[in-house]
Design a binder for this molecule. Structure first.
Ligand SMILES: [Zn+2]
Ligand SMILES: [Zn+2]
Length: 368
């Protein structure tokens, strides 16, 4: 049985989000219908809405959903109607990296999540007036009152935790936390530098504060973001608009360089400075995504001290174990995500987009 629901549709690249009635396809055997309670807004949504990625428009975006399962397909075993779920990316479940516990590096990750707009079998999940729309975004397309979700995007969570407080776990928060916990894995006394204090960067700061790292440096150009970073666990801050980044980091690390750097800005000049700021055997994690095709130059001899530069998608997290652990930390107040979140009614999605663009909202969360 297909279902009509209200969604925020992007008609073409650069067009605003407009509310429109759409029809969800019948759930496949491994899909579920989820009534959305909250959905985070992420820069990737805005990048696709601007036409910067080859996702088929008109279409429905949204990839940080949280809601309640209403119906499940015949082969779904992990969730049941009434379960509270956080939605994250999907994956095939069958390739070498999925089998190895690294679904963010699934062989079909890009078409399944970011650019395909369809199910793996090529069928569309959403239509309007009989015409297929781009959908299946991260297996969810959750800028809608109801979403047709891939089973592998669903993570069942503790029903005692308000869903609007955990919606951003599915992308931005998982990415920042995973950069520190899954890649950098700081040892006792480590120095961690976080470039960019947006939602991903501040998540990395909070994650670093839960490790044995003793020096945590946040870098940004917005004073209020740096002040917040300090409250969330940064031991030092650098205002890159006022200080020379290289000199400031050298001073903070006593000339030894950083053990780990999380690059969230997507700016290649900042990336380059981050690599230069690494100490021997230090690792820089590339999280921020510049436009497709962007290149960066590095000092090759500078790398020979054992430096590593590693790209990262979605924290390299195995969502079924990672997200429930983060939900528990949120519940206990040890991961104070609410400090990043501003909520907006779903119908005010354009205001949320404007506030995010203007730097007024760190992590807008739409509520239904
Ligand atoms: Zn995202
Ligand atoms: Zn796979």
């Amino acid at each position: 049985m297909s279902l009509t629901t209200r969604a925020a549709v992007v008609e073409s690249g650069g067009a605003p989000f407009t509310l429109s009635d759409v029809t969800l396809d019948e759930p496949g055997p491994r899909e579920a219908v989820v009534r959305m309670v909250a959905t985070g807004l992420c820069h990737t949504d805005l990048g696709v809405a601007s036409g910067g990625l080859p996702f088929p428009l008109p279409g429905v975006l949204g990839h940080e959903g949280a809601g309640v399962v209403e119906a499940v397909g015949s082969a779904v075993t992990g969730v049941a109607p009434g379960d509270h779920v956080v939605l994250s990316f999907t994956s095939c479940g069958d390739c070498r990296n999925c089998d190895g516990g690294h679904p963010a590096y699934c062989a079909t990750w890009l078409p399944l999540n970011l650019i395909g707009g369809r199910r793996a079998d090529g069928t569309s999940t959403i239509s309007r007036d009989g015409e297929p729309l781009g959908g299946h975004f991260f297996g969810q397309s959750s800028f809608a009152e109801r979403a047709l979700v891939d089973e592998r995007s669903l993570v069942r969570v503790d029903p005692d935790v308000p869903l609007e407080s955990v919606a951003p776990l599915g992308c931005g928060v998982q990415t920042g936390v995973g950069a520190v916990w899954n890649v950098l894995k700081p040892v006792t006394g480590a120095t961690i530098v976080v470039l960019g204090a947006g939602a991903v960067g501040l998540s990395a700061v909070m994650a670093a504060a839960l490790t044995p790292a003793t020096t945590i440096v946040a870098v940004d150009r917005l004073g209020e973001r740096l002040a917040l970073a300090k409250e969330l666990g940064a031991t030092h801050t650098v205002d890159a608009g006022e200080q020379d980044l290289g000199e400031a980091l050298a001073a903070i690390t006593g000339g030894q360089g950083a053990d780990g750097v999380v690059e969230t800005t997507g700016n290649v000049n900042v990336l380059r400075q981050g690599v230069d700021a690494l100490g021997a055997r230090g690792t820089l994690v590339v999280v921020g995504a510049p436009p497709f095709g962007t290149e960066v130059s590095l000092d090759v001899n500078g790398l020979l001290g054992g430096k590593r530069v590693v790209g990262l998608t979605l924290g390299d997290a195995e969502t079924q174990s990672f997200i429930p652990a983060l939900v528990r930390l949120v519940k206990e107040g040890r991961l104070p995500l609410h400090r990043l979140i501003s909520t907006y009614p779903f119908t005010d999605i354009d205001q949320a987009v404007r506030d995010m663009g203007a730097g007024k909202a760190i992590k807008p969360v739409l509520t239904f």
